[in-house]
Ligand binder design. Structure first.
Ligand code: PMP
Length: 388
């Protein structure tokens, strides 16, 4: 593995060896009693990680976009009004998606790097009635975090459905879906939940299932329709064989291993670890003289960081040099500022060692690009933050 680099992009991430081992095991029948138990146990684990003891988990084949699609397809009927709270590219994706299913969509778009202004949202909700509202817990194009508790509460106060895109947050940022009254929290396997790409994961409140049950017309997406999947999820929980579409057997086995590891670490400790490492990354970036897309420490994500390139340094020069120094990072994603910043993912199995390796490689790359700073100043700031 001499050529291996440390993968520090905002998904896919570095995976735990036990997770990869489960992925490489001989594939079982999707109706094997051992697999029924694995699938059932993964569904039970999801409820715990989401903080949704009475929620309905859906464990499906697909990427995060399919999880978004599944939420939209099931909750939207033509003519429904939806409010999208957008803090970046993935918020904007909801506008497109919900429109496709016939929703009339209004968007409250935060300026790049800012989080949602809930007073503005409150005014919009008072001015007009909406059936549903979406938000992105951490938008991976900006590294901005939205307050999910306030989002859920506002949705309940206005008697609407709420969909939280947790693709870049679930199992990394704090989440209490049920207590906070959020109807759907969705994610994908390749991020903080720690499994290679391929699974779309949603937990749906009983309230949203009740609303969905009163639909006037069938769900316009055959594969995403909860009618297909509810009996399958129920059967797996009862360890009874059933079939609609073949599950991603090995990914489900890997997910079950990862969920067990997550729950063994404990959600509080896991969230605290992400917070500590996120803070240390931000301290290191600031010490190196780089600003960030997120305009405030208060709403900067703990699962990723989006630093801006310093004056005179271009991504096409810096990122390959960081890679040569052993760490793979991601370029910008937001179309309006794509060439102005890069992205570091730090979630899931991330350790303090990964943090220091990454900051060291960033220092090496910046130096090679001619950026002036005192060598080691980023590493020192990261360590000081870790030890604080
Ligand atoms: N939402 C967010 C916040 C994301 O970060 C991503 C992926 N980067 C998606 C949705 C879409 O997920 P996928 O790429 O797995 O379709």
């Amino acid at each position: 593995m001499k050529d291996r680099t440390l993968l520090m992009i905002p998904g896919p991430i570095e995976f735990e060896p036990a997770v990869l081992q489960a992925l490489g095991a001989p594939t079982m029948s999707h109706l094997d009693p051992v697999f029924l138990d694995t699938f059932g146990s993964a569904l039970e684990g999801m409820r715990k990680v989401w903080g949704a003891p009475s929620g309905q988990p859906f464990l499906l084949v697909g990427s995060g976009t399919f999880a978004m699609d599944c939420a939209g397809a099931n909750l939207v009927e033509p003519g429904d009004r939806a409010l999208v709270l957008s803090t970046g590219v993935f918020g904007d994706r909801f506008e497109d998606l919900l429109t496709r299913y016939g929703a009339a969509v209004d968007v409250i778009r935060a300026p790049i790097g800012e989080t949602v202004d809930f007073e503005e949202v409150e005014r919009a909700l008072e001015a007009r009635e909406y059936k549903l509202m979406t938000a992105t817990h951490v938008d991976t194009s900006t590294g901005v975090r939205v307050d999910p508790q306030r989002f859920g509460k506002m949705g309940r106060n206005h008697d609407m459905f709420t969909i939280l895109d947790g693709v870049c947050s679930v199992a990394g940022e704090e989440l209490q879906q049920e207590e906070w009254g959020i109807d759907i929290v969705l994610t994908a396997s390749q991020k903080a939940i720690g499994v290679p790409p391929g699974l779309a994961l949603l937990v749906v409140s009983q309230r949203a299932l009740g609303g969905w049950g009163k639909r006037r017309i069938p769900v316009a997406n055959y594969y995403a329709d909860w009618n297909q999947w509810l009996p399958i999820m129920a059967s797996y929980e009862k360890r009874i064989p059933s079939y609609f579409g073949t599950p991603a057997v090995n990914l489900v086995c890997a997910l079950n291993v990862s969920l067990a590891q997550i729950l063994e670490e404990g959600m509080d400790r896991r969230v605290a670890r992400h917070r500590t490492i996120g803070r240390a990354f931000r301290a290191a970036i600031a010490a190196l003289g780089l600003s960030q897309v997120s305009t405030s420490e208060d709403h900067a994500a703990n699962t990723m960081t989006a630093p801006r390139y310093p004056n005179g340094v271009r991504g096409k020069d810096l990122l390959p040099r960081i890679r040569q120094a052993g760490v793979t990072l991601a370029g910008g994603l937001h179309p309006k500022i794509r060439s102005e910043y890069f992205r570091i993912g730090h979630m899931g199995a991330v350790t303090a060692g990964d943090l220091l390796t990454t900051v060291g490689a960033i220092e090496t790359g910046l130096r090679a690009c001619g950026h002036q700073f005192e060598p080691g100043v980023g590493l020192a700031a990261a360590q000081a933050s870790l030890n604080a």
